[in-house]
Write a protein that binds this ligand. Structure first.
Ligand SMILES: [Zn+2]
Length: 128
Protein backbone atom coordinates (compact mmCIF):
# COMPACT_ATOMS: atom_id res chain seq x y z
CA UNK A 1 0.00 0.00 0.00
CA UNK A 2 1.47 3.37 -0.95
CA UNK A 3 1.88 6.18 1.55
CA UNK A 4 -0.38 9.16 0.96
CA UNK A 5 -0.38 12.58 2.55
CA UNK A 6 -3.79 11.97 4.09
CA UNK A 7 -3.29 10.57 7.58
CA UNK A 8 -5.76 7.76 8.02
CA UNK A 9 -6.08 4.27 9.43
CA UNK A 10 -7.47 1.81 6.93
CA UNK A 11 -9.92 -0.58 8.51
CA UNK A 12 -12.82 -2.58 7.18
CA UNK A 13 -16.52 -3.05 7.87
CA UNK A 14 -18.45 -6.28 7.43
CA UNK A 15 -21.38 -5.83 5.06
CA UNK A 16 -23.31 -8.60 6.86
CA UNK A 17 -22.99 -7.74 10.57
CA UNK A 18 -21.38 -4.24 10.48
CA UNK A 19 -18.40 -5.32 12.60
CA UNK A 20 -15.49 -2.92 12.11
CA UNK A 21 -11.96 -4.30 12.03
CA UNK A 22 -8.45 -2.91 12.16
CA UNK A 23 -6.20 -3.69 10.40
CA UNK A 24 -8.48 -4.14 7.42
CA UNK A 25 -9.54 -7.67 6.65
CA UNK A 26 -11.74 -9.24 3.99
CA UNK A 27 -12.79 -12.00 6.40
CA UNK A 28 -15.06 -10.80 9.23
CA UNK A 29 -13.73 -11.83 12.63
CA UNK A 30 -17.25 -11.94 14.10
CA UNK A 31 -19.43 -13.75 11.55
CA UNK A 32 -16.62 -15.38 9.53
CA UNK A 33 -17.93 -14.30 6.13
CA UNK A 34 -15.59 -12.89 3.47
CA UNK A 35 -17.75 -9.80 3.07
CA UNK A 36 -15.82 -6.91 4.63
CA UNK A 37 -15.12 -3.75 2.65
CA UNK A 38 -12.52 -1.01 3.15
CA UNK A 39 -13.32 1.72 5.65
CA UNK A 40 -11.21 4.78 6.52
CA UNK A 41 -11.43 5.12 10.30
CA UNK A 42 -11.94 8.36 12.20
CA UNK A 43 -8.80 10.21 13.22
CA UNK A 44 -10.34 11.40 16.50
CA UNK A 45 -11.24 9.21 19.43
CA UNK A 46 -11.24 8.79 23.19
CA UNK A 47 -8.59 7.06 25.23
CA UNK A 48 -10.42 4.03 26.63
CA UNK A 49 -7.63 2.44 28.70
CA UNK A 50 -3.90 2.88 28.99
CA UNK A 51 -0.74 2.00 30.83
CA UNK A 52 2.67 3.59 31.11
CA UNK A 53 5.64 1.75 29.58
CA UNK A 54 8.34 2.59 32.13
CA UNK A 55 11.17 0.42 30.80
CA UNK A 56 12.59 0.07 27.32
CA UNK A 57 10.96 -2.73 25.32
CA UNK A 58 13.21 -5.46 23.96
CA UNK A 59 15.27 -4.24 21.03
CA UNK A 60 14.85 -5.24 18.27
CA UNK A 61 12.07 -4.67 17.33
CA UNK A 62 11.95 -1.59 19.58
CA UNK A 63 14.02 1.31 18.27
CA UNK A 64 14.84 3.83 21.01
CA UNK A 65 14.41 7.47 20.01
CA UNK A 66 17.33 9.86 19.69
CA UNK A 67 18.27 10.78 23.25
CA UNK A 68 17.34 7.37 24.60
CA UNK A 69 14.29 5.73 26.10
CA UNK A 70 11.73 7.78 28.01
CA UNK A 71 8.55 6.35 29.56
CA UNK A 72 5.56 6.55 27.23
CA UNK A 73 1.87 5.75 27.32
CA UNK A 74 0.28 2.96 25.34
CA UNK A 75 -3.41 2.25 25.30
CA UNK A 76 -6.65 1.64 23.44
CA UNK A 77 -8.32 4.47 21.56
CA UNK A 78 -12.07 4.07 21.10
CA UNK A 79 -13.20 5.41 17.72
CA UNK A 80 -16.73 6.49 16.70
CA UNK A 81 -16.94 3.41 14.45
CA UNK A 82 -17.14 1.27 17.59
CA UNK A 83 -13.66 -0.20 17.54
CA UNK A 84 -10.74 0.16 19.92
CA UNK A 85 -7.28 0.63 18.37
CA UNK A 86 -4.09 -0.16 20.27
CA UNK A 87 -1.76 2.82 19.96
CA UNK A 88 1.08 4.80 21.43
CA UNK A 89 -0.25 7.92 23.15
CA UNK A 90 1.66 11.19 23.18
CA UNK A 91 0.97 13.53 26.08
CA UNK A 92 2.51 16.25 28.19
CA UNK A 93 1.64 14.58 31.49
CA UNK A 94 0.49 11.06 32.28
CA UNK A 95 -2.19 12.33 34.71
CA UNK A 96 -4.13 13.94 31.83
CA UNK A 97 -4.82 10.66 30.08
CA UNK A 98 -7.96 9.31 31.74
CA UNK A 99 -10.72 9.43 29.11
CA UNK A 100 -8.80 12.05 27.13
CA UNK A 101 -9.80 13.04 23.59
CA UNK A 102 -7.00 12.05 21.24
CA UNK A 103 -6.11 12.68 17.60
CA UNK A 104 -4.21 10.53 15.14
CA UNK A 105 -0.72 11.91 14.42
CA UNK A 106 1.03 8.94 12.79
CA UNK A 107 0.19 5.54 11.36
CA UNK A 108 3.60 3.94 10.93
CA UNK A 109 5.12 1.74 12.22
CA UNK A 110 2.22 1.63 14.71
CA UNK A 111 -0.75 3.95 15.25
CA UNK A 112 0.16 6.98 17.35
CA UNK A 113 -2.32 9.44 18.84
CA UNK A 114 -1.76 12.69 20.76
CA UNK A 115 -3.95 14.11 23.51
CA UNK A 116 -6.18 16.88 22.20
CA UNK A 117 -8.42 17.57 19.24
CA UNK A 118 -6.52 20.29 17.39
CA UNK A 119 -4.30 18.41 14.98
CA UNK A 120 -4.01 18.62 11.19
CA UNK A 121 -5.47 15.14 10.84
CA UNK A 122 -8.80 16.40 12.16
CA UNK A 123 -9.82 17.69 8.73
CA UNK A 124 -9.63 14.24 7.17
CA UNK A 125 -13.15 13.24 6.20
CA UNK A 126 -14.89 10.30 7.79
CA UNK A 127 -16.32 7.93 5.22
CA UNK A 128 -19.11 5.78 6.52
ZN1 LIG B 1 -19.54 -9.95 9.98
Amino acid sequence: MEETSALTLEGSRCTVCDTVAFPASVMCSRCATPTAVALSLSTQGTLWAYTIQRFAPKSPPYVPPVGGFRPFAVGYVELPEGIKIEAIIECERFDELDGAPVSLISTSPVPRFAVGTAHPASNVGVSQ
